[in-house]
Ligand binder design. Structure first.
Ligand code: GDP
Length: 189
């Protein structure tokens, strides 16, 4: 942030996904580089900002972290309507949370800005244990995992999404989600 000529570009970003997949935790990790084990659920939506640097530009993310509970679903369009980016989060240890993520992606692709950059993030990879090392176990899923990486990656490719696996707890992959989104946003404005 030392270049005085660096231009600041605001990017409105919304987080969507089932309750408890770790949306708020991902934001907290990205913004404050911290993790809380028993986070209070978000009510409605929370707003935070964080800057990140991309070549000679400064990207200021204006982050809307929405509540995942179904009773808040009707509020979501207010947050994604003008968003340039969305992070749709699921929990790699909960298959149903990927179904919910897919339904958010569908809704975004129908109703949000057609140029919106969408990233799919499979969170909580720290809960997954590596599969056994035995010779015949190459196809065995790691214990704890319910969503194979390849399945989510294939879906993301077909659907035109960026794809990441993350751990808000350990910090793995979190900053990458935001910097890869920043690279995809048209930055001329
Ligand atoms: P949200 O409802 O989607 O915003 O989810 P939260 O951020 O409130 O997280 C729900 C619960 O999952 C909390 O107890 C978090 O501490 C926990 N959690 C969030 N991210 C991770 C992660 O990457 N790994 C693990 N093990 N737990 C996580």
């Amino acid at each position: 942030v030392s270049n005085p000529n660096a231009k600041t570009i605001q990017v409105k970003l919304v987080l969507l996904g089932e309750a408890a997949v770790g949306k708020s935790s991902l934001v907290l990790r990205f913004v404050n580089d911290e993790f809380q084990d028993n986070k209070e659920p978000t009510i409605g939506a929370a707003f935070l900002t964080q800057k990140c640097r991309l070549e000679d530009k400064i990207i200021k993310f204006e982050i809307w972290d929405t509540a995942g509970q179904e009773r808040f679903h009707s509020l979501a369009p207010m947050y994604y309507r003008n968003a340039q980016a969305a992070v749709v989060v699921y929990d790699v240890t909960k298959a149903a949370s990927l179904d919910k993520a897919k339904s958010w992606v569908k809704e975004l692709q129908r109703q949000a800005n057609p140029n919106i950059v969408i990233a799919l993030a499979g969170n909580k990879v720290d809960l997954v244990q590596p599969a056994g090392e035995g010779e015949d176990e190459s196809f065995e899923m790691e214990s704890g995992r319910q969503v194979p990486t390849e399945e989510a990656k294939a879906y993301s490719n077909e659907t035109g999404l960026l794809f990441f696996e993350t751990s808000a707890k350990k910090g793995d992959g979190v900053t990458n989600v935001f910097t890869e989104i920043a690279k995809k946003i048209p930055l001329e404005h």
